[in-house]
Ligand binder design. Sequence first.
Ligand SMILES: *Cc1c(COP(=O)(O)O)cnc(C)c1O
Length: 364
Amino acid sequence: MSRPAIAHIRLDAFRHNYRIAKQSHGGKALAVIKANAYGHGAIQCAQAIENEADGFAVAAIEEALQLREARITAPILLLEGFFEAAELPVIVANDFWIVIHHLWQVEVLLETALAKPLNVWLKLDSGMHRVGLSPADYSEAYSRLSQHVNVAKLVLMTHFANADNLNSDHTQQQVAVFQETITGMGKLSAALCETSLANSAGILSWPQAQGNWSRPGIMLYGASPVSERLTGQALRAVMQLTSRIISIRKIAKGESTGYGSIFTAERDTKVGVVACGYADGYPRSATTGTPIAVDGQMTRLIGRVSMDMLFVDLTDIPNAEIGSQVELWGDQVSANEVAQSAGTIAYELFCNVKRVQFKYSDVG
Ligand SMILES: *Cc1c(COP(=O)(O)O)cnc(C)c1O
């Protein structure tokens, strides 16, 4: 017998979500599978949609090379481009596409001799102020790149800072800056170049901000970056994190359990111990009351999450016993809710999952 903590990765759900992303956007979709597909397994996820994906996006060349080694032949965009000039021959040899987000990259690209021209996504800082060329630098970089032998094709892109906030008009402002900048570059550029603006939140909530290429990430894994209401439950959770009850005890009203004794029973309480802890990626910051399902019934986390174990309230689940299945997140328990209760986001929960067994399934 082995430790029962398991991340079930349902690749059919991943494919379903990719189709939803593509349909909602209406254009081409680069599946964002950086950071090992947000902790889900980049190669498995890529293989699940390789026959239909328009391309993939990863953070860096190391991630992209793993995909090529797994014989993924679709386009792969490096979202931060290259970090040093020495990567350029490898980028060319593997047909990677690159984001250019800073003037130093423009200079290096223009002064390096390449065996073949590259597909370049030129990133505008339209208001997020993280990476991207300023509107003032953008058109000059565009005209230098567009006439250069090293550049096969230019895609004009930007990234939203607040697309998940429906009450903010920042996304519309960013779209306006993007449009103005492109228009200022002349009719030709705007007409000739493809564009890319939307991440998952952009796809789901800003239909006027789409462009030719979308870049869905979190929604592919079934977690909505905006309220679940908006996505109409159409997305399916890809990861189901489960484990089992390994110990049960009763504590009397007023007694405490676990490190720091931070949980004190408000009533006589049946406490289950689950083989999953923060070393598996369950957030230590999750607080008493965080939803958990035991044998299909909803209950709550209690006490402090430890490295290998956590506590669950079984008082109202009389049939729960040693070996009962526990869902930490997945179909019944939304990762978004767990994340919220832990003061973080589902993205971070997924990326942190480790040590558990990964089991892949794909039905149809
Ligand atoms: C990570 C990333 C995405 C995907 O964002 P989600 O919010 O996960 O959809 C899209 N574009 C860029 C530039 C990114 O870095």
